[in-house]
Design a binder for this molecule. Structure first.
Ligand SMILES: *[C@@H]1O[C@H](CO)[C@@H](O)[C@H](O)[C@H]1NC(C)=O
Ligand SMILES: *[C@@H]1O[C@H](CO)[C@@H](O)[C@H](O)[C@H]1NC(C)=O
Ligand SMILES: *[C@H]1O[C@H](CO)[C@@H](O)[C@H](O)[C@H]1NC(C)=O
Length: 321
């Protein structure tokens, strides 16, 4: 009964709508045209938005994660003391030691859609080059603190950022050495001021880490092409490792990021002689004493004591000095 009533009500409506088309075909055609134009407009809009510059999503705090990497399968024994400092000093952090196999799984998980990174990473055999690229990939994809195995934590990581800067800082880098304007740098083609990469902290997806991942892969490719080899087999003397893949690429990436963050050209002159941490945009730059260690002979007495007081991490062989 109910069904019959519904049918009897809906049928006249269908009839009336088709009869409208029959009676006023021109009007209907105009409406149809409008409708098609509207659909066309709507479907085009997203592509217009895509081409417009998009604001990157805001970055989270630096996650409470410690990453260490063990690619060279010799004994881990020499590192157990320094590893334990991270676990002891950062008890509310997640601690992960990544093996070479673990690194492959990590790369597959996070870089499956970015073959320009994934393939060079997989084809790299040299453990030094692999670990350099991988630490950047770790921090780009997951964020947290990366530190070499022979680096000991001296202060809890949650105290690294002064409370009043907590909401602002999204990456922490340390100056490795600062030769300033005075003396010529030892070695060939070394920058006057260099950032260390044995300890780095960053939020997930920080532009600094994305930049250094891309620059490192570019540098590897350039190195391989120049040497007429494949990325898999770059002949890498220590000097090349330094220049193309290590601190060189890292230092340039940091300076570029600081320049972008401040809208000025930031170079060694802006940073030389720093005694206190400084924040550029969302990157906190630590003075030499914090992550690195200026050569003892070059430090004035007072500065050496500052360095000790400011030390957040220290290479283990330096601790016994
Ligand atoms: C692994 O580490 C040992 C000891 O530090 C070193 O002698 C060896 O050359 C390293 N192997 C590679 C492939 O780096
Ligand atoms: C860095 O130094 C240059 C001049 O050498 C200056 O123009 C610029 O403002 C400085 N940037 C910062 C962030 O201090
Ligand atoms: C290529 O390899 C040679 C010999 O090992 C080295 O001297 C040279 O610097 C390398 N070239 C580049 C661009 O790395």
């Amino acid at each position: 009964m109910g069904v019959g009533r519904i049918l009897s009500v809906s049928r006249p409506q269908i009839l009336s709508s088709t009869s409208v088309i029959r009676r006023r075909p021109l009007q209907c055609l105009v409406w149809l045209l409008f409708f098609i134009l509207y659909i066309h407009y709507i479907s085009r809009r997203p592509s217009l938005e895509l081409t417009a510059p998009q604001k990157p999503p805001p970055l989270d705090d630096i996650p409470t994660k410690i990453w260490q990497v063990f690619f060279n399968y010799t004994s881990i024994d020499p590192y157990t003391d320094s590893m334990q400092t991270w676990i002891a000093k950062c008890q509310d952090y997640q601690y992960t030691l990544v093996s070479s196999v673990g690194a492959n799984a990590f790369a597959l998980k996070h870089y499956a859609n970015r073959r320009e990174i994934l393939y060079p990473f997989f084809s790299l055999r040299n453990p030094v080059l692999r670990s350099h690229l991988f630490r950047y990939m770790l921090l780009e994809s997951e964020g947290g603190i990366y530190s070499d195995l022979d680096i000991a934590a001296l202060k809890p990581a949650k105290e690294w950022i002064p409370p009043h800067l907590k909401s602002r800082v999204r990456a922490i880098v340390g100056i490795e050495y600062d030769h300033g304007a005075g003396e010529a740098s030892p070695g060939v083609d070394r920058p006057r001021l260099q950032f260390c990469q044995w300890t780095i902290a960053a939020s997930r997806g920080h532009p600094l880490m994305s930049r250094v991942v891309a620059d490192t892969v570019d540098a590897l490719r350039a190195l391989a092409i120049d040497n007429d080899t494949m990325v898999a087999e770059p002949r890498s003397s220590d000097e090349e490792v330094m220049r193309f893949n290590g601190q060189g690429v890292w230092t340039r990436a940091v300076l570029k990021t600081l320049s972008e963050a401040t809208g000025t050209e930031v170079g060694w002159r802006n940073l030389t002689g720093m005694r206190e941490s400084r924040v550029f945009g969302d990157v906190m730059v630590l003075p030499v004493g914090a992550f690195g260690m200026a050569p003892m002979g070059r430090m004035r007495e007072g500065r050496g004591r500052d360095g000790e007081a400011q030390a957040l991490v220290r290479r283990v062989e330096q601790m016994t000095d």
